[in-house]
Design a protein around this ligand. Structure first.
Ligand code: GRF
Length: 188
C-alpha cells in the first residue's frame, strides 16, 4: 500500500507512523505528506525523513474544490491508495471523498460521538467527565463522524489538568494509531 498522511501541525503522529513504516511494523510505503499550513512543524519532520511534501494553503485557491483537485492530483501522481489524517484541521470535501472514500481514516482525541470538532480535549475536561479517550474512524462527509474502527479510554485522575490529560491522550495516540494502521493494511 502507498500511504499519504495529511497533517496541519506538529506532526507527532506523522512521525510515529513514519517510524513504524520504516521499522516494518506497518507494511506500507509513506509516499506523501499533504500539509495545508506552510509553517507547520510537520514539514520539517518530513524533510528529515526524506518524505515528499505537498504544501498548499487552501485560501490561495479560488474554492475548496479547486484546492482539493490540486491535492487529488498530487495523490494520484504519487499513486497513493490510502490516506491517514493526523491532525489535519479541515473537513475532507466531496472531491477527495469521491476519489478516496472508504480509504481515509482519522484520529480524534475523544470517545466519539462525544466531543467532535476542534477542542475535544478541552471540552471533555470542562464537562467534568471521568473517562475520555481517543477514536480512530473512517472519514465520511461529517465532522468526526464515520464508522468507528477503534477506541481506547483514558481515565482522569484526581488533580488532572488539561496539560496532563493532553499528554496522556497524545501518548496513547502514538501507540494506538500505528497499531490500527498496521491491522488495517497488513492484512491486505
Ligand atoms: C492529535 O491530538 C489528533 O488527535 C488531533 O490532532 C492532534 C495532532 O497532533 N486530530 P500531532 O500533529 O500528530 O502532534
Amino acid at each position: 500500500k502507498r500511504l499519504a498522511i495529511f497533517a496541519s501541525g506538529t506532526g507527532s503522529n506523522f512521525q510515529v507512523i513514519a517510524e513504524a513504516i520504516r521499522s516494518g511494523s506497518i507494511r506500507a510505503e509513506l509516499v506523501l505528506l499533504v500539509c495545508d499550513k506552510p509553517d507547520a512543524a510537520v514539514i520539517e519532520k518530513a524533510e528529515w525523513l526524506h518524505i515528499p511534501a505537498f504544501v498548499a494553503e487552501p485560501k490561495r485557491f479560488e474554492t475548496k474544490q479547486v484546492y482539493e483537485k490540486a491535492v487529488l492530483a498530487a495523490l494520484e501522481e504519487a499513486q497513493v491508495d490510502f490516506v491517514v489524517l493526523a491532525g489535519y484541521m479541515r473537513l475532507i470535501g466531496p472531491t477527495l471523498l469521491q476519489a478516496y472514500g472508504g480509504r481515509i481514516i482519522n484520529i480524534h482525541p475523544s470517545l466519539l460521538p462525544s466531543f467532535p470538532g476542534l477542542h475535544a480535549i478541552e471540552q471533555a475536561f470542562a464537562a467534568g467527565v471521568k473517562v475520555t479517550g481517543i477514536t480512530i474512524h473512517f472519514v465520511d462527509d461529517g465532522m468526526d463522524t464515520g464508522p468507528i474502527i477503534a477506541q481506547e479510554a483514558v481515565k482522569l485522575s484526581r488533580g488532572e489538568t488539561i496539560e496532563s490529560l493532553t499528554d496522556k491522550i497524545h501518548h496513547l495516540e502514538h501507540t494506538l494509531y500505528p497499531r490500527v494502521i498496521a491491522e488495517l493494511l497488513n492484512e491486505e
